[in-house]
Design a protein around this ligand. Structure first.
Ligand code: GDP
Ligand code: MG
Length: 463
């Protein structure tokens, strides 16, 4: 990527909308604006950071393409720290594309996905964790995800990681002095004191972030909830009832659901993927049903939570018990469906024990008990830890950050240990440098180019 190129893209979603924005960034931004924009009253050069009314024209024909508001933003007070232009046009997809075309003809190049944000990162305006937060905020499916992304965008994670790095760099400086003045080493390097500093200021915050990852993971990653059970117990009906729409086909015949059916749902503010599966039975009618059952069994094991559905109008069968036992330990909720048909059969005590709790009584038909079920799902995936969304950790690292934190942890433990045991300063320095390197991948200081490519290429165009 050459920074001397001026890039342009449509930065709003493609589709009819009141407003659509074409964004331009780079050294030729001003020139591009002067080529395609005709202000109604103002004169060039346009004042920085002000919206100006006018028309976009095709300079080759003089034809008017749209009436727009144009904003010139002079470097460095911009997103990318380069000169930028925003053209606020009408949001029709064809109209916007025509605006983009004349902008490109005037000397801009089409931006790659995420290129504006990548330039903001390269210019040091945001760090890598903030760049990731831009994508996460845009793609947030729940309020919790949006909140976490907003904190990260504001520099929450960056500040913590930078504070850790600062401590390590400071200690490294002391070590270097000790290496230069070996006769004063004992005085410069107070081992126990530095060990405590690394523990309190780096290792503890790393552990805290890893804990928050574990407990907060459910708020940022979609969880897979499998709906399993014997044929005809009402799994598909339950999926539809939770979604409040007819997603899966429901029929009185067993073996109706053969393929897995997935749907996204917000349950108590958490984003989840519900997976309706083929009924599990000891015999399958044909090869398709058999394959459906094989997949259901795999799902049962790999899901974050299994809703084991039983038909409350019948006594529990051995098959119900086998399905429950196949569910991951501590990650199953027993659901007794069809309670509208009567008080329901008792669930045997050993099954309640296996499930780790009493069944939730519901009726997919009438909607009875569904709120209890939602609450139960929420409690099960959060381990009952967060009674309310206000208890969500303020900051939750993503998988990439977690990997870096995990990797830094043994280095840091060795530094602490080394200070206590009076390890040679040269060796301590090596360990600290390794930890700095790993922590630096979170903020992007030491992130390899190919990882950066992967992160930014997952952005949408115009971001
Ligand atoms: N009375 C009653 N019938 C239900 C309930 N849930 C499902 N059914 C019926 O049970 C049959 C099987 O339902 P379905 O959702 O296809 O079961 P699946 O095979 O487990 O997916 C259908 O005839 C549904 O109408 C319920 O809560 N109450
Ligand atoms: Mg079904």
């Amino acid at each position: 990527m050459s920074d001397s190129l001026t890039i342009a893209a449509i930065s709003t979603p493609i589709g009819p909308g009141a407003i659509g924005i074409v964004r331009v960034s780079g050294p030729r931004a001003k020139e591009v604006a002067e080529a395609v924009f005709r202000p109604a009253k103002s004169k060039f050069p346009l004042k920085s950071h002000q919206l100006v009314l006018g028309h976009i024209i095709d300079p080759r024909t003089g034809r008017i393409l749209d009436q727009v508001l144009c904003c010139r933003m002079a470097a460095p007070a911009t997103y990318t720290r380069e000169d930028m232009i925003e053209i606020h046009a009408h949001g029709g997809p064809v109209a916007l594309r025509r605006v983009l075309e004349v902008v490109l003809a005037a000397g801009a190049e089409l931006a790659a996905p995420g290129e504006f944000t990548r330039r903001a990162f390269m210019a040091g305006r945001i760090d890598l964790s903030q760049a990731e937060a831009v994508a996460e905020l845009i793609e947030a499916r729940s309020r919790a995800e949006a909140e976490l992304a907003a904190v990260q965008l504001a520099g929450g994670l960056k500040d913590r990681v930078e504070a850790m790095r600062k401590t390590l760099i400071d200690i490294l400086a002391h070590i270097e002095v000790a290496i230069d003045f070996p006769e004063d080493e004992a005085e410069i390097l107070d081992g126990p004191c530095f060990a405590r500093r690394v523990e309190d200021e780096v290792l503890e915050p790393v552990k805290k972030l890893l804990d928050d990852y574990e407990s907060g993971r459910v708020y940022r990653e979609g969880l897979a909830v499998a709906i399993v059970g014997r044929p005809n117990v009402g799994k598909s009906s339950l999926l539809n009832a939770i979604l409040k729409r007819e997603k899966a086909i429901v029929a009185p015949l067993p073996g109706t659901t053969r393929d897995e059916i997935e749907a996204e749902a917000l349950i108590c503010g958490l984003n989840m993927t519900l997976i309706d599966t083929a009924g599990l039975a000891s015999v399958a009618a044909d090869v398709v049903e058999a394959e459906g059952q094989r997949r259901a069994a795999v799902r049962l094991e790999s899901s974050d939570l299994a809703l084991v559905v039983m038909d409350g109008s019948m006594a529990a069968a051995d098959e119900d018990r086998r399905i429950l036992e196949a569910a991951p330990k501590g990650r199953a909720v027993l659901v007794r469906n069809k309670v509208d048909l009567g008080p329901g059969f008792e669930i045997p005590g050993d099954m309640i024990l296996t499930a780790g709790g009493a069944p939730v009584d519901v009726s997919a038909l009438t909607g009875q008990g569904l709120d209890d079920l939602r609450r139960c799902i929420f409690d099960a995936v959060t381990g009952g830890a967060h009674r309310s969304m206000s208890a969500v950790p303020e900051l939750v690292p993503n998988v990439r950050h977690r990997r870096a934190l995990e990797a830094a942890r043994p280095d840091l433990a060795r530094v602490v240990d080394g200070f206590r045991k009076g390890l040679a300063p040269e060796l301590l320095a090596l360990e600290i440098q390794a930890a700095l390197e790993r922590l630096g991948t979170i903020t992007g200081r030491t992130t390899p180019e190919d990882v950066l490519d992967t992160i930014f290429s997952s952005f949408c165009l115009g971001k």
